[in-house]
Write a protein of this length. Structure first.
Lengths: 135, 144
């Protein structure tokens, strides 16, 4: 097996395609049930729980790493409004930053990914920022 | 207690430093991690397969960090209502394992009142049964 090479700062600015996600009531309910959410609107599948955009999985061409070596360091979501069943959201992810830092576990690579979700009129609905740490 | 909890509270009750009611979640089980993997699309096997987890130096499977963030999202919906959430930011600081019981807690960091209503910045965290903070963060809500 090849050793995964360290991610390079050359990746900064690289973007995914725009991907359309349609929010299905059943998927919202399944997510709410899995996290034992108690919010009635979420359990009914009307409103998506705040972390639901984590289900929007998009890959960025050229960005590969060993999943078992990744730690999720931090996550942020900003919302203009909640996502609801029936929403059609167009999302894109970009590499906002890549940097190395020495930590407890030695040299680590920090990868910052930013996802933007827009409604069909092009208005921003949410922004998700992921900090992944590769050890 | 039926939510949302905060809109009914007075400005004084939501002063900087006010302690929020807590929310204890049921113990995390391996079945929940499998369900969460399916519902979220995070199929990283360190969350569902002990062998894979051990192969990277863990004692066994660990919970998805995002599961603890989802708990804080649930907490926030209960506190403020799902329509009022503007931001949720967290850092994952400790690992969570099956059998752990997380309790969500919080405190008011900032309260501002304007024409659009009240805006609150909340300090939130999830702690385990040993009172260790495993996921810590901050949220912003607008109460109408």
């Amino acid at each position: 097996m090849d050793q995964p090479s360290a991610l390079s700062p050359d990746l900064i600015g690289r973007e995914s395609e725009v991907v359309l996600f349609e929010l299905e009531r059943g998927a919202i309910r399944k997510f709410a049930e899995a996290v034992q959410d108690q919010t009635p609107e979420c359990l009914r599948g009307d409103v998506a729980p705040p972390t639901f955009p984590t289900t929007f999985r998009i890959t960025i061409p050229g960005l590969t790493y060993d999943l078992a070596r990744v730690l999720h360091g931090a996550q942020e979501y900003r919302y203009e409004r909640p996502l609801r069943a029936g929403d059609r959201v167009r999302c894109r992810v970009r590499v906002a930053d890549v940097y190395q830092r020495k930590g407890r576990l030695g040299e680590m690579t920090f990868l910052i990914l930013v996802m933007e979700g827009r409604d069909e009129s092009g208005t921003s609905v949410f922004t998700g920022t992921t900090t992944a740490i590769l050890r | 207690m039926i939510g949302p909890v905060l809109p009914a509270r007075s400005d004084q009750e939501l002063d900087r430093g006010s302690v929020l009611p807590d929310l204890r979640k049921p113990p995390i089980t391996k079945v929940q991690l499998v369900k969460y993997a399916g519902a979220s699309g995070d199929y990283n096997l360190i969350h569902t397969d002990d062998e894979t987890a051990r192969s990277v130096g863990l004692e066994g499977v660990i919970a998805h960090g995002m599961l603890s963030m989802a708990f804080l999202g649930d907490y926030l919906c209960w506190l403020a209502g799902p329509e009022s959430i503007r931001r949720l930011s967290v850092r994952f600081v400790e690992m969570v394992r099956p059998g752990d019981t997380l309790t969500c807690r919080g405190r008011v960091k900032e309260q501002t009142t304007g024409n659009a209503g009240r805006q609150l910045v909340l300090e939130l965290w999830a702690e385990n049964q040993r009172a260790e903070r495993v996921t810590v963060g901050e949220a912003e809500v607008h109460l109408a």
